[in-house]
Design a binder for this molecule. Sequence first.
Ligand SMILES: NC(=O)C1=CN([C@@H]2O[C@H](COP(=O)(O)OP(=O)(O)OC[C@H]3O[C@@H](n4cnc5c(N)ncnc54)[C@H](O)[C@@H]3O)[C@@H](O)[C@H]2O)[C@@H](O)CC1
Ligand SMILES: [K+]
Length: 525
Amino acid sequence: MISAFTGQQIRDAEKPLLDSGEGAVLMQRAAYGLAQEVVRQVKRKRKLTGASVTVLAGKGNNGGDGLFAAAFLARRGMRTTAVLAAPEVHPEALAAFTAAGGRTLRLEPGNAEELAVMCAGDDAIIDALLGTGARGGLRGAAAEMIASLQELRPSLVVACDLPSGLDAGTGEVHWPVLDADVTVTFGGIKAGLMTDPGEGCAGRVELVSIGIEPGLRSVSPELRRLTARDLGRLLPAPDRRAHKYSRGVLGVVAGSARFAGAAVLSVHSAALAGAGMVRYLGPESAARAVLSRTPEALWETGDPGRVQAWVLGPGVDGAEQLRRVGDAAKTAMDTGLPVVVDAGALGALPDRCPPHWILTPHAGELATLLDSLPSLGEIAVTRDDVEARPLHFVRLAAELTGATVLLKGATTLVASPSGVVFSQSEGIAWMATAGSGDVLSGVLGAVVAQSAEEVRDDDGAYAALGLEQADRWAAVAAVAASVHGRAGAEASANFEGGPLTASAIMAGVPRVIGSLAAEYDRPRP
Ligand SMILES: NC(=O)C1=CN([C@@H]2O[C@H](COP(=O)(O)OP(=O)(O)OC[C@H]3O[C@@H](n4cnc5c(N)ncnc54)[C@H](O)[C@@H]3O)[C@@H](O)[C@H]2O)[C@@H](O)CC1
Ligand SMILES: [K+]
């Protein structure tokens, strides 16, 4: 599992080392790691000697890291320029940079655009204006220069610790921000690099260890991300004695006369993701479409009998389907079964949900959901608000509803009601396509139906993540989000990176599950 931290958590971990006089050593390690990454990137394109690099240096320690890194690069034969964005910058770092033969220019009101044009063609730009000590975004000439540079699209931008203007803890972005190709981050990954909109500006994230890592081990991370290895451990696999009823029976209330496709996608995805059996509840026209795609499913017209989990809501429309949603929700609540609540069912939630109810809104649906909660008071929340601060709002929704909330997006966030948040980002932009969410609902339903026992087992794979039982449902949802994202990315790769349909995402699901299980080298059934 990958952990990410707030700027404050990182600073707290640094403090004992700073107090014992090791600040300069930490900075040298950070600067060396940053310089090494620039060397690697530049060497992929040309020889290092004579290549040009500009460091944009702010007044704090972030600027110090950048200047020490540039001094190292100058000694390696690069043509180095520092643009100093403040009258005072880190004195030792500036002295080292000048001694190494670097050229310095001062950013002033009036020369921002000129300097941007001057360095935009460089082989590399290091953004070391603001780090974890930033309050708000870039201002004045620095903001002007970054806005101009962003328009000029430099060939390689390496962010020092985090792109300047990004909030390290929340991922909120104060524009303008210069999009990085690589962010070299020190000591621990900043949470703002693993949640949108910040993650969208950070490029690839490289972690450089500087010696504060032991201090972070006992800290509860702000964000967690499951790796392929975690997924291999967590994904359900039937044992030899399994039968279809023990494997996870999923009830699905989805689709309607108007939106039959949502039911087709949700049910078929659930079957492909390993549900032992899928029971479908819906109108005859949708049921016909479901059964022609998934003859393995059962169409339930009366009491659906035994299920281990429910998916409620994809494509649900009209009073008849909403009644089925209501009935299933009531049974699930009475019997303590886990439920995935999507789309049309999000408007029919009880006042308080348990953590094994997993809501799956996109940003617009989350805004509507929050607006409908009396506990939020008079504050109105819009889709734009959610997109600007997804981490804040997904946590708030989980806290206020009591449910686990999965917020769909380029980076998908899943929050437990106690505030544990997972972030998965395996998907690609082509996945923002009609029906993609229906596929996710089916995959999630299947994973939930098969995982309920493992979640409750205090010696099981979910417990091994170090999570309380109520928080483990967020990990279950993160598993499904990751499978869904990987299936989309792999399907698109099969088309040379071309566009995707929801059906293509769905078709990739069994292979993703199989290869993840193989990666952990787990015996297959
Ligand atoms: N503290 C340490 O031991 C280490 C810190 N490191 C680096 O130090 C950084 C944090 O250093 P700092 O705490 O000095 O913080 P920053 O380098 O982010 O700079 C903060 C400084 O900029 C000013 N400032 C804040 N917001 C501003 C804004 N919007 N516009 C203009 N100026 C603004 C503040 O007054 C402060 O002086 C990290 O991001 C990392 O790069 C690394 O060298 C590793 C070790
Ligand atoms: K920076």
